[in-house]
Ligand binder design. Sequence first.
Ligand SMILES: [Cu+2]
Length: 160
Amino acid sequence: MGVLAKNANPLPLESVMPLNSRAILLSAAAATLLLSVAAQAQTAAPAGTSVYFINLKDKETVTSPFKVQFGLTGMGVAPAGVEKDKTGHHHLLIDTKLSDEEAKAPLPKDKQHMHFGGGQTEAMVTLPPGQHTLQLVLGDWTHIPFSPPIMSPVITVTVK
Ligand SMILES: [Cu+2]
């Protein structure tokens, strides 16, 4: 009976583990939590969605500035900053591609990554003469691509 009582009452944590070790364990737990929060920052792509160029075909020749119309099926368009289920806003990638790492983070804002955070579904684009690649990428309300990314095929246009 005396042995059973001893097993039922294990030593309190404080007496078996120094305080420092417990602090380290707590920090590790907090770091793991932060990592999992970061991994969850990407919004899952609803099934059956796609983005596409409505008015441009691959290998098309255009005169700058030219209009680009953004098509989206399976989701709606909402301005950046508005958190609404099954919505996003368009981004136009010019002469660049997203690496796997870039596809998990907020899209950069520069000449090669145009944001349409107002919820625009078309734009006039000015490019110098020559060949250029274009690709649409849908971003969530915080400019992060969905998982998996919702991207159009890459098209090449020739500006006269
Ligand atoms: Cu954006």
